[in-house]
Design a protein around this ligand. Structure first.
Ligand code: MSP
Length: 674
């Protein structure tokens, strides 16, 4: 068989300001399935993932968690890696942007861009969105970020600039000459119109914080986090290392075949990244594939919205394969798709338990019962048109599956494969092998052998095709079929009629036991418990507001809150994380006349807070107002809503009328009160 060559695939490297959720799992699982299949197609495959650990956002999150950025990054990066290992994802390398190999590579790239005349020093004055780590085109101080709506911060710094403006024409030429460079088409069009709109030079260094890679020779600057992050795709395979082994690896695998990303980071990958590479005179990746978002309760699943689902909940209940199958089958790749526990269980029951599971267990247990666990030899004389139709459909399924999978149409490819599962389950029902088995004449015996051989051969084909998507369960079915280690299978050879004769089955047992309503309840409960856990062990704070706990307003009556003879130390006070936040959303809570539901921007994230201030404040008047919140209070539920912090207010009179704390001077969102 020809050697098809190499295949290099990458995920985005994930920010360590949030723990992994199934949105991150989605991209990584898609890449894992593609990488597994490419290996089975004979490619020398390299699959890279990792974590993005520098930048202002991470620095601030670390400060908020009360630890150093490195400690913070170590912890969250470790969680990503542990999860991928628990899911047995087959990444070949995991890069962290704090590793020396990366730091060295990024500095080498920066130097090369400078030597090529693409980097110069200038001064930047404008707005920056810390959440997106993006310089934005808005002029008003404090104006919202056009991408995410969060408040931007004014930056006035002497910076290094990258001559992005010089790349307009080369980029447009690239998009025209290589239409597959950006997929799908809709994203490509967005990028083209963005570039046609004109490109301004990009600030690629910062001086107001230190958590980053120093600019070589001018260490008070750190390199812009996106230049740092994007370079991971080459530093991980040896760029910037003097070691000949690394140089050979870079020559072997670069350019990447696929950068898989979510649609919100298209601009960085399709404009900035190729511009940096063109300027450095390095080859460009072959394609950038952008997928849609996983939605939960109608909006993008993300930590700041507080609507995340953790992969662990599904791994603990239905297992990794169920999650993998759901993500690839249920979501049309490229579009947004919704996640719900109901849909997950429905898919599991319909396609895995009743579909493939049923096909496998009925076929293999009948072979055990009627043929002593040995796959029977089909008899030519006993063949019918129904058997031929299954064989024909199986060969067609193989051909279609390959094409669809290679076009990243995972959902369609699985639909195709499960079309064969449904057809064979129907074939079994219609051909009633259990009834044929009751007759003992030779013809019936030959017919029974043919039916079960046909079913087993179709099962083998579906199992092989599905292996990259549901590796664990297909490996088990393969073993039960007596076929050994599935990972050695060469998918290029797969066709009808290869089932080895007289194969002795292994121990037959159910691969997908059915799930029911209680599974959904269990998952929901686990999620609630997980949501109640904070990411890090924060100091526990005992605040005794004069308001009841149900009205989470901290009264600023310090003398009353602390008994007169009992003082606290400065360390005690430091445990309370008071921060400035800005109200983005405010609305009444149905059925609770004292409560308002607020969404406040903390600079690094948005929090939902339920506050007992409805009698004193009109919700509309609160929007845009800067307030003080206790940011490290354990979340709790009020009227079914999670309150992720507490608003600070003075409490007046016997009624405890709240008056929100505020400032006379303008203060940035996220600032800490000390
Ligand atoms: N660190 C940057 C990427 C740098 S790559 C050089 C970053 N990190 S991130 O942690 O925010 O991860 C973004 C990626 O996670 C998305 O592009 C997407 O692949 C995945 N997802 C995160 N949330 C997601 C959903 N709700 N739905 C689908 N994918 C999601 O951006």
């Amino acid at each position: 068989m020809d050697n098809p060559g190499k295949f290099y695939i990458t995920t985005p490297i994930y920010y360590v300001n949030a723990r992994p959720h199934i949105g991150h799992t989605y991209t990584t699982v898609v890449c894992d399935a593609v990488a597994r299949r490419q290996r089975m197609m004979g490619f020398d495959t390299w699959f890279l993932t990792g974590t993005d650990e520098h930048g202002q956002k991470i620095e601030r999150s670390a400060v908020a968690a009360g630890c150093s950025p490195k400690e913070f990054a170590d912890r969250v990066s470790g969680e990503f890696r542990q999860l991928w290992d628990r899911m047995k994802l087959t990444y070949d390398d995991f890069i962290r942007t704090t590793e020396p190999r990366h730091v060295q590579g990024v500095q080498a790239l920066f130097t090369r861009l400078k030597e090529h005349g693409y980097i110069y020093k200038g001064s930047y004055s404008g707005q920056y969105c810390v959440y997106d780590e993006l310089f934005v085109d808005v002029t008003e101080p404090g104006a919202p970020c056009p991408e995410c709506g969060r408040t931007t911060e004014t930056i006035q710094e002497e910076n290094y600039f990258f001559k992005l403006s010089a790349m307009e024409e080369p980029l447009l030429k690239l998009y025209t000459e290589y239409p597959d460079f950006i997929r799908p088409e809709a994203r490509r069009n967005e990028v083209i119109s963005f570039v046609r709109g004109g490109l301004r030079d990009l600030s690629v260094s910062r001086t107001t914080f230190t958590w980053g890679i120093p600019v070589p020779g001018d260490e008070k600057h750190v390199i812009y986090v996106w230049l740092d992050a994007l370079a991971n795709y080459i530093t991980a395979i040896g760029y910037g290392s003097g070691d000949p082994k690394d140089t050979a690896k870079l020559a072997r695998y670069w350019p990447a075949d696929v950068h898989m990303i979510g649609k919100e980071i298209v601009r960085f990958h399709c404009v900035y990244w190729p511009a940096f590479l063109l300027a450095a005179d390095l080859p460009l990746p072959k394609s950038i594939i952008a997928h849609g978002w996983l939605l939960f309760e109608e909006s993008k699943m993300s930590k700041s919205r507080g609507n995340i689902v953790r992969s662990e909940t599904i791994l603990d209940t239905l297992g990794a394969d169920t999650l993998r199958y759901f993500l690839l089958r249920e979501i049309v790749f490229g579009s947004d798709g919704s996640f719900s526990f109901d849909a997950l269980v429905q898919r599991f029951n319909a396609d895995l338990a009743n579909g493939l599971g049923n096909l496998s267990s009925r076929t293999l247990s009948m072979i055990t019962r009627y043929f002593d666990g040995e796959i029977p030899y089909p008899s030519l004389g006993a063949r019918t048109a129904a058997d031929d139709a299954v064989a024909e459909l199986a060969n067609q399924t193989i051909a279609d599956f390959h094409v669809q999978f290679e076009q990243f149409q995972f959902s369609r490819a699985l639909e195709t494969a499960w079309g064969l599962v449904a057809a064979v389950n129907k074939y079994i029902v219609e051909n009633e092998p259990w009834a044929v088995a009751e007759k003992e004449d030779q013809d019936s015996r030959a017919r029974l052998a043919t039916i079960l051989h046909t079913s087993a051969e179709a099962l083998r084909i579906v199992t092989a095709l599905a292996h990259p998507v549901i590796p664990e369960s297909t490996a088990r079915i393969w073993e039960q079929m007596g076929l050994g280690d599935i990972s050695r299978l060469d998918l290029r050879n797969l066709e009808w009629g290869q089932l080895p004769l007289h194969t002795k089955l292994g121990k037959v047992e159910a691969v997908f036991p059915r799930a029911d309503k209680s599974t959904i309840e269990r998952m929901q409960q686990m999620e609630q418990e997980r949501a109640g856990q904070t990411t890090f062990t924060e100091p526990s704070v005992e605040l005794k507001p004069t308001e009841s706990v149900a009205a989470p307003v901290a009264a600023m009556q310090a003398p009353a809150a602390a008994p007169a003879n009992k003082t606290i130390t400065i360390d005690d006070f430091a445990k309370v994380e008071l921060r400035v936040a800005q109200v983005k959303v405010a609305e009444k809570v149905k059925g609770a006349d004292k409560l308002l539901r607020l969404e406040v921007d903390l600079g690094t994230e948005t929090r939902q807070i339920v506050a007992g201030i409805a009698k004193a404040y009109d919700p509309e008047k609160l929007i845009g107002r800067k307030v003080v919140i206790v940011a490290n209070l354990a979340p709790r539920k009020l009227r079914g809503l999670e309150s992720q912090g507490m608003i600070v207010a003075a409490s007046l009179g016997d009624e405890g009328v709240p008056v929100l704390a505020g400032f006379l001077e303008d203060v940035p969102v996220g600032a800490r009160l000390k």
